[in-house]
Design a protein around this ligand. Structure first.
Ligand SMILES: Cc1cc2nc3c(=O)[nH]c(=O)nc-3n(C[C@H](O)[C@H](O)[C@H](O)COP(=O)(O)OP(=O)(O)OC[C@H]3O[C@@H](n4cnc5c(N)ncnc54)[C@H](O)[C@@H]3O)c2cc1C
Length: 250
């Protein structure tokens, strides 16, 4: 039997909120921070919030950039412009400053946490402290009949609004799932096949010696064809990674 029918027939118990946010990552936490006075809840598959923020920017989270332009994004320029204008980099820096975080500028343009991504995660922890958060709850499906019904592996929810903030596909090890694509598809949207964009380089037999350097990072200048980058290189157990290397992979 369809899970909505089971729910509406009272076979399954329901936890009700006005708004349910799926995902306690950067987007879901920002939404929750701005709507904490409402009747909302967050559902998160991991045992902790913000796992991707934690590893972002080499553990220091590259929060924003001094120069943010629609030209740096693929897609519908006008739509991207309106999204970027609705909450600017300056507004984000103000939001953080008011909460005691002054990011440091690296390479003239990039804002990072001073010591660790935990500085920004701590802000979100405080912002959402009064919001019910259901950790270790993996969303399996969302359906709609008047209200939305959210099925998780630990119980079901009903909400008037659902915010899908479950992120993309990168890094399944820290909780990424395809649920956003599955929900969009189940509501009739077309999905464009995804492919990895920024990837590290794996080394071949002749360069296996590099594996011994795994964990070491250094600043480099790199040129691939016409592209030139300055930045960090990280030796990994598979080969080369870090921002400069990832940039050359696009
Ligand atoms: C290694 C790495 C480094 C990065 N560094 C930077 C950086 O320095 N600066 C930057 O701006 N961006 C960086 N990014 C990109 C950045 O992480 C993403 O743009 C950002 O995290 C997206 O936020 P989000 O809220 O959309 O998704 P996420 O942060 O991925 O959050 C989604 C949340 O939803 C949860 N979730 C997923 N599926 C389910 C489900 N079925 N049920 C319940 N919960 C679910 C996940 O556990 C996760 O907590 C980096 C990405 C990677 C992989």
């Amino acid at each position: 039997m369809d899970f909505i029918k089971e729910i509406l027939n009272g076979v399954e118990e329901l936890i009700k909120f006005d708004t349910v946010v799926i995902g306690a990552g950067a987007s879901g936490l920002m939404f929750a921070s701005f709507n904490r006075d409402k009747n909302i809840a967050i559902i998160e598959g991991n045992s902790q919030i913000a796992q991707k923020i934690k590893i972002s920017g080499g553990g220091k989270c590259n929060i924003t950039n001094k120069s943010v332009s629609f030209k740096n994004y693929l897609g519908d320029g006008e739509f991207i412009k309106s999204v970027l204008a609705s909450f600017t980099n300056t507004e984000l820096l103000e939001f953080l400053k008011k909460r005691g975080l002054e990011p440091v500028l690296r390479d003239k343009y990039q804002y990072f946490c001073k010591n660790s991504s935990n500085e920004i995660i701590d802000i979100f922890q405080k912002e959402i402290k009064d919001i019910p958060i259901f950790l270790n709850h993996k969303v399996m499906r969302v359906s709609k009949k008047d209200n939305f019904y959210i099925k998780t592996d630990k119980g079901n929810f009903e909400a008037k609004k659902v915010i899908v903030a479950s992120g993309g596909l990168s890094y399944p090890k820290i909780g990424a799932t395809p649920i956003a694509y599955e929900i969009a598809e189940s509501f009739g949207h077309n999905i464009i096949k995804t492919t990895p964009a920024l990837v590290g380089f794996t080394v071949q037999k002749e360069q296996f010696w590099m594996k011994e350097l795994s964990g070491i990072s250094t600043t480099i200048k790199i040129r691939v064809g016409e592209k030139k980058f300055n930045g960090e290189l990280l030796f990994t157990h598979k080969g080369l990674s870090g921002p400069a290397i990832l940039n050359t992979s696009v």
